[in-house]
Write a protein that binds this ligand. Structure first.
Ligand code: SF4
Ligand code: SF4
Length: 463
């Protein structure tokens, strides 16, 4: 029986692509693969202009523990290694490959066999070399996450909530690859050294719950947990609460209360890496929004220019005002539609001006909805006021840093205040203030040490 958490909202889920099978899109003529596709140190390109590459060949690496290698997603010729615009705005080092449309596979990575599939170290090593990162959007390197949990975590939760409106990629993966998914979850469980794990799935995917339950999940050490349909059920903190009744402290991680959370598509990617020897080169992306006549689930190779994906989806680009990567609640605005897609892009939503809820005259009517909806039990109404006043002390007192930007308060605000955006700004202000304070303290320490030295020097000279 899943546990309940405070707050949350019930948006229009608009999961119109739930019944639409995943369709691989036509391969693009060229891919632009950014060397930043994970949280942590960016990769260094390992290929140069003129090199011939194969599908799955490593093209970028970094030895830093918090990193993940990046692989070629088409076969062909490297035509540029240079900074290109990332879909979220920054210029980042990228490898550009002209597709030869031969799909020549790289033979470097073989499937794991026999005992390797039971060996946590072999599985973690494969997860790292396959470049697997958190595919729910966080893009945290999965091997590092598992290694960091060693000895601290007694509970593994696979996140199948997919609570963001529109997104259906996880749901379709459950329906189209149920056995592979259970095997992938089993591998993640073994890598954690645990006998059992929970698979939390929102009850609006009852067909998937029935299908997976019918495959004897206990055989894989998996217990399916049907969860309430409530946003943000898929947030890690809420998954931990729903499955264990433990509360992750504000600013803390699930591992702080003995739990690790891994997303559905990450587990499926682990299956492919271990059983098929295929690194992380593609994913399902739900393309939806009012500028797409029919929402779709497309299998997209990383580095595919977004414009190519939109053309494949038949989007009406003349009407597009805003492109969102991820879901509409926590997603991030796409800065450049010519950029290549990345591992964390579970959805691409195309919205026209008609969907813009912003108001030119946002007004708080003191209804208290934002307080009632905040799963972190914060008081957004006051946080908003203090951020706008630039009052750092009050922002800290009202725990602005504890906001994890779920968007529930903004969604339920009848006054149309840009609450979540304001809290992002507030967090940046607090971070900058803290850095400034640290720098001042450091400078004061240096000055004090210099003054003491000068005084000692003076004493010595007088002696
Ligand atoms: S939900 Fe909006 S209008 Fe209501 S109290 Fe909060 S900020 Fe004000
Ligand atoms: S965006 Fe932040 S303040 Fe608003 S409901 Fe979510 S956690 Fe609470």
């Amino acid at each position: 029986m899943p546990y309940k958490y405070y707050g949350g909202v019930h948006p229009d889920y608009a999961k119109t692509a739930a019944k639409t099978p995943v369709r691989p899109i036509a391969p693009p003529k060229q891919v632009v693969i950014p060397m930043v596709q994970h949280i942590g140190a960016p990769d260094h390109p390992t290929v140069k202009v003129g090199d011939t590459v194969t599908v799955g060949q490593v093209i970028g690496t970094n030895d830093a523990p918090v990193s993940a290698p990046i692989h070629a997603t088409v076969s062909g010729t490297v035509v540029a290694v240079e900074p290109r615009r990332h879909m979220l705005g920054d210029m980042v080092m990228s490898v550009v490959i002209d597709n030869d449309f031969k799909d020549t596979p790289c033979e470097d990575m073989k499937p794991l066999t026999g005992d390797e599939l039971e060996d946590p170290e072999a599985i973690i090593r494969r997860i790292r070399e396959a470049g697997v990162v958190g595919m729910g959007g966080a893009m945290f390197p999965t091997a590092f996450k598992i290694q960091g949990a060693a000895g601290k975590v007694d509970t593994l939760i696979i996140n199948g909530a997919e609570c963001e409106p529109y997104l259906c990629g996880d749901h379709r993966t459950m329906l189209e690859h149920p056995e592979e998914l259970l095997k992938g979850i089993e591998l993640v469980r073994i890598a954690h050294g645990l006998d059992k794990c929970y698979y939390g799935i929102e009850k609006n995917k009852q067909d998937a719950i029935d299908l997976l339950t019918g495959l004897d999940p206990a055989k894989y050490g998996v217990e399916i947990v049907p969860e309430a349909v409530k946003y943000p059920q898929g947030a890690e903190k809420m998954q931990v609460k729903a499955n264990t009744n433990r509360e992750v402290k504000p600013g803390g991680l699930p591992s702080g209360v003995g739990a690790n959370v891994v997303s559905t598509y990450t587990a499926y990617t682990v299956y492919r890496a271990c059983y098929e020897g295929v690194p992380s080169i593609e994913r399902v992306v739900t393309v939806a929004g009012d500028c797409v006549s029919e929402a779709q689930n497309l299998l997209v190779r990383f580095g595919t220019p977004l414009e190519h994906i939109f053309a494949e989806a038949g989007a009406d680009m003349d009407r597009v005002e805003r492109i969102c990567m991820g879901g509409p609640m926590m997603g991030i605005c796409v800065a450049d539609p010519s950029a290549g897609s990345v591992k964390g892009a579970s959805g691409l939503l195309l919205f026209s001006r008609d969907m813009n809820r912003e108001s030119e005259t946002p007004t708080c009517i003191r209804c208290g909805n934002c307080v009632a909806h905040c799963p972190m039990k914060l008081e957004p109404i006051y946080m908003y006021m203090y951020v706008n006043q630039g009052d750092i002390r009050k922002m800290e007192e009202y725990h602005v840093m504890d906001c994890f930007e779920c968007g529930s308060c903004s969604y339920g605000c009848p006054g149309r205040l840009s609450l979540t955006h304001t809290f992002k700004v507030g967090q940046a202000m607090i971070t900058a203030h803290r850095a400034e304070e640290r720098a001042k303290a450091e400078a004061a320490k240096i000055n004090a040490a210099a003054a003491a030295k000068a005084q000692d020097g003076g004493k010595e000279a007088r002696a």
